[in-house]
Design a protein around this ligand. Structure first.
Ligand code: URA
Length: 236
């Protein structure tokens, strides 16, 4: 791909603006030698104002989504993209969240610009484990583990039952739940179906990839090993 297009697609500016950046000598190699728009250079050898170029297409990120931000590009309030570098919002191909977490759910949120990977992670057939920790408004009534594991629980206004899910009881109002689907408000609706209410909800892991001390609001790029961990079987 020509350099102007490559750099413009990473969100640094329009093609016209990027062409000007070349003319101004802002785009160089690691030794500071000015690059020209028709040069053939590896991605890793490009610097803009002395800084390495953002990662190429195939980007995968994880964020510790804080409470109170929305998984949306445009929302009146704070959105998850506000926590990333502004250029990441306008990359082409677009960087999308892999599924969503509710505004009032915190925890591990993935982003990628790789559509095939995104599909592989969210497809129920792939059975990627999503781990949640929840606190509940009322004590468990006692049959939740069996009900969630049964594969027969039908949520309101749905036509197919949920796949079996595993519940670990930490205390009568504090649980861990492992699900392999990502239906709308799934965890909250599962507990609502038992007459309970989720007070706090955090996603702690996807597959075997965990938050591992990543602070709320922070994010990091995933490498191939991290991505492989998403698909490793995981149970509670
Ligand atoms: N289930 C929910 O109810 N909310 C989330 O954010 C994720 C799973």
């Amino acid at each position: 791909m020509r350099l102007v297009r490559l750099i413009a697609n990473l969100g640094y500016g329009s093609r016209k603006e990027v062409a000007w950046m070349f003319r101004e000598g802002r785009i160089t190699d690691p030794d500071g030698e000015v690059l020209y728009a028709d040069d053939k250079v590896e991605h890793a050898h490009i610097r803009i104002d002395g800084e390495p170029l953002d990662p190429p297409t195939g980007l995968v990120l994880m964020m510790h989504k804080p409470l109170g931000v929305t998984c949306s590009r445009k929302d009146k309030g704070r959105v998850v993209y506000d926590l990333l570098p502004p250029r990441y919002r306008v990359r082409d191909p677009a960087l999308s969240t892999v599924g969503r977490l509710d505004r009032d759910t915190s925890g591990l949120l993935l982003f990628t610009d790789d559509g095939a990977l995104l599909h592989r992670i969210i497809s129920p057939r792939a059975e990627v484990a999503k781990m949640y920790e929840a606190t509940l408004a009322q004590d468990l009534r006692g049959d939740e583990q069996a009900l969630f594991a049964s594969g027969t629980l039908m949520l309101e206004s749905e036509t197919t039952p949920l796949l079996p899910a595993k519940l670990e009881v930490l205390t009568p109002r504090h649980v861990r739940l492992c699900i392999t689907e990502g239906r709308y408000h799934q965890v909250r609706r599962m507990f609502a179906a038992t007459g309970n209410h989720v007070e706090t909800l955090q996603r702690t892991a996807v597959g075997r990839l965990q938050l591992d001390g990543l602070q709320a609001g922070a994010w990091r790029q995933l490498d191939a090993n991290d991505v492989a961990r998403l698909f490793e079987p995981a149970t509670l």
